[in-house]
Design a protein around this ligand. Structure first.
Ligand SMILES: NC(=O)c1ccc[n+]([C@@H]2O[C@H](COP(=O)([O-])OP(=O)(O)OC[C@H]3O[C@@H](n4cnc5c(N)ncnc54)[C@H](OP(=O)(O)O)[C@@H]3O)[C@@H](O)[C@H]2O)c1
Length: 316
């Protein structure tokens, strides 16, 4: 059988690097694209030593000629492109009131226009094959009315919209366009996030509302693999991410109202002390539940006792 070929952008670190290694282990030919030539080369050397087929193509995905070069080199080396993983991306912090618009424009160029340009570059190859999968790595932020990083969420919401529309437009050619929505994942993402306005650090936000522990990049890579194998339109990495996004999508109005409440209660702006923390509230909620449990058990015990003693009287 012909070796299948995957092109992965943002493959020098994090989710992209983990995805490259996973596809390599599964016997695919892997083309790794990112700007950091040294990191790509190191990965390719390791993957090749482990018996995988891998090619590094230094690429800035915001540069049109780099995208053309990536597709040409892949086809010249391997003759086809079965899967494109549009993974390269960057975060940006800053309230909407303060966010630097030039930096936000760049994040739109990288997170939205680059995946679209890559889609346009690989579609002719996939159409000629009559088959292909394009994976857009979005984020659970596309469904959340996030604060302090709303510019980033807006890029992922735009990417999600384009992804779904492309899925419809390209279905007739045997091309599936699917998306994977990671949540909090261990990678270089926080380190690379562009500071672009007034914000809170992710650690500070998570200390107040963080319930979900980050997952390893390998978990996101596994979800990308599963999504490709099943050609699933939309894939979450964890069940809790899926539950949260589905619940919030049930009513966008309710989700904004809930987020306002969360902001007021847990994340007061300008670093004024918040009313409470999620952990404190959960502890209170737990105590109330435990109290109710004790009352319920006591009530049940009393009913059973009454019944047994009543039965005793009838027998007498
Ligand atoms: N980590 C999370 O919590 C999380 C959650 C949801 C979604 N995501 C999404 O997952 C994807 C991967 O992020 P990650 O967490 O693995 O972060 P990461 O470790 O920072 O990886 C980002 C990758 O994108 C590449 N990149 C950045 N600018 C580029 C450009 N102009 N051209 C080509 N490549 C570029 C980087 O490589 P170079 O610097 O070498 O170019 C790097 O390989 C992103 O789309 C991100 O939005 C991440």
């Amino acid at each position: 059988m012909q070796t299948r070929v995957v092109v992965i952008t943002g493959a020098s670190t994090g989710i992209g690097a983990a995805t490259a290694e996973l596809f390599g282990r599964k016997g695919w030919a892997v083309v790794l694209a990112a700007r950091s030539q040294d990191k790509l080369q190191k990965l390719v050397t390791e993957m090749t030593a482990a018996g995988s087929k891998a090619l590094a193509v230094p690429t800035d995905v915001t540069v049109k000629s780099d995208i053309e070069n990536l597709v040409q080199k892949t086809v010249a080396e391997f003759g086809r492109i079965d899967v494109l993983v549009n993974n390269a991306g960057v975060g940006i912090s800053g309230t909407l009131e303060t966010v630097d618009l030039e930096k936000l424009e760049y994040v739109f160029a990288l997170n939205v226009f680059a995946p679209l340009a890559l889609l346009q570059a690989v579609v002719p190859v996939m159409k000629a094959q009559g088959d292909g999968v394009i994976v857009n790595v979005s984020s659970i932020d596309e469904a959340l009315p996030a604060v302090y990083t709303a510019g980033y969420g807006a890029t992922k919401a735009a990417l999600g919209y384009l992804s779904n529309s492309a899925a419809i437009e390209l279905a007739a050619y045997g091309i599936d366009v699917i998306k994977v929505l990671p949540g909090n994942t261990e990678s270089e993402f926080e380190h690379n996030k562009l500071p672009a306005g007034q914000s809170m650090s992710k650690d500070a936000i998570l200390a107040k509302v963080g319930l979900f522990k980050p997952v390893e990049s390998e978990a996101a890579a596994q979800s990308i693999w599963d999504a490709v194998m099943k050609r699933r339109l939309q894939t979450y990495v964890t069940a809790q991410d899926e539950l949260l996004c589905k619940a919030l999508r049930l009513s966008p109005v309710a989700s904004v109202k809930l987020s306002k409440m969360v902001m007021r209660r847990y994340m007061s702006p300008d670093n004024t002390p918040a009313q409470a923390s999620v952990q404190q509230d959960l502890a209170k909620f737990g105590s109330i539940l435990a109290g109710l449990g004790v009352l319920l058990c006591g009530g049940l015990g009393w009913l059973v006792f009454r019944r047994l003693s009543g039965n005793g009287r009838h027998c007498a």
